[in-house]
Design a protein around this ligand. Structure first.
Ligand code: SAM
Length: 256
C-alpha cells in the first residue's frame, strides 16, 4: 500500500474534515461490505456504476482509478477488465478489507493508496477511467471543483469519468423537492424514530456538515464548465444518480 505525495491542503478546516472522515470510516470498515450487500439501494447504485463504467469503457478498461473506493465494491468488479486498478481511500482500514477481498478473488491488478482525494496527484493523461461511488459528497464544494479540473487532466483524451453519488441540492429545483418530499414521507411513517431522523437530516442538509451533496444539475454544470464533453446524468434510486462525462479527444481551441 502506498502513501501519496501530498498536494497541500492549506488551513486547519480541510485537515479536520479529512481527519474526521478517516476516523469515521476506519470504524465502519469491517462492516461496510456487509452493509452494502444488505442494502438494496446501495447495491443498485454500485451495480449501476459498474454497468455504466463497462458501457463507456468497453471490455478492456485500461488504467482505472476509484476515488473513495471503500472496501472495493466498485473496483473489485472492474479489476478483471483493467490493466491497472488504483483504489484510493482516506481510510487504511477500508483498504485493508479491500486487500483481503482482492486476494480472495485473485484480483492482481488492484493497487491501493491511502490518500485523501483532496491530496491526490497523478500524472497527466495517465488514466483511462475514473470512477467514484458515494464518496464525493464528503468533499467541500471547492475541493469538488478542484477535483473536476484534476480528473480532466489525469484522463487520457477520450477517457471517462463515471460518478455515482447522492445528487441532491437544498430544494432549489423540482427534482430535489420531489426526492426530499419522498424521504420525509418515508421517514414520517416510521414514527418518533423517523421524526428524529428527519430533524437530524434537515440540520445536516441545511448546515452541510459532513455531507455536502450537490444536485445533478450542479454536477453536470461543473463538469461542462471544466471542459468535459458528453456530460449526462441518470437517476438510479431515490437521491442517487450517476454522472458520466468524457475528456474531449481534441483540445478545445483557446478562447480569443
Ligand atoms: C459511503 S463509503 C463508499 C465506499 C465505496 N465507494 C462504495 O461504493 O461502497 C465512502 C468512502 O469514501 C471515503 N472517503 C471519505 N472522504 C474521503 C476523502 N476525503 N478522501 C478519500 N476517501 C474518502 C471513506 O473512507 C469511505 O470509504
Amino acid at each position: 500500500m502506498s502513501e501519496a505525495a501530498s498536494k497541500s491542503t492549506a488551513g486547519t478546516g480541510p485537515r479536520m474534515a479529512i481527519g474526521r472522515q478517516r476516523r469515521v470510516w476506519n470504524l465502519r470498515a469491517k462492516d461496510w461490505a456487509h452493509h452494502v450487500s444488505n442494502n438494496e439501494g446501495l447495491r443498485q447504485v454500485v451495480d449501476a456504476v459498474v454497468e455504466t463504467a463497462v458501457e463507456v469503457g468497453g471490455p478492456e478498461l485500461g488504467t482505472v482509478v476509484d476515488l473513495g473506493t471503500g472496501s472495493g465494491q466498485v473496483v473489485l468488479e472492474l479489476a478483471g477488465r483493467a490493466t491497472r486498478a488504483l483504489a484510493v481511500d482516506v481510510s487504511a482500514a477500508m483498504l485493508d478489507q479491500l486487500v483481503a477481498r482482492a486476494r480472495e478473488e485473485d484480483r492482481a491488478t488492484v493497487e491501493t493508496m491511502v490518500c485523501p482525494i483532496e491530496e491526490l496527484t497523478l500524472p497527466p493523461a495517465s488514466v483511462d477511467l475514473v470512477v467514484s461511488n458515494y464518496a464525493l459528497h464528503h468533499l467541500r464544494d471547492r475541493d469538488k471543483e478542484t477535483l473536476m479540473a484534476d480528473v480532466l487532466r489525469w484522463l487520457r483524451p477520450g477517457g471517462h469519468l463515471v460518478l455515482g453519488d447522492m445528487m441532491l441540492g437544498r430544494g432549489g429545483d423540482a427534482a430535489d423537492r420531489a426526492v426530499i418530499a419522498g424521504k420525509v414521507r418515508q421517514l414520517a411513517r416510521k414514527g418518533p424514530g423517523g421524526w428524529w431522523r428527519i430533524a437530524k437530516n434537515a440540520f445536516r442538509m441545511l448546515l452541510r456538515v459532513h455531507e455536502r451533496p450537490l444536485s445533478a444539475s450542479a454536477w453536470s454544470a461543473m463538469a461542462t464548465r471544466h471542459g468535459f464533453t458528453e456530460v449526462r446524468v441518470r437517476p438510479v434510486v431515490q437521491e442517487a444518480a450517476i454522472l458520466v462525462a468524457r475528456r474531449p479527444l481534441e483540445a478545445r481551441p483557446a478562447a480569443s
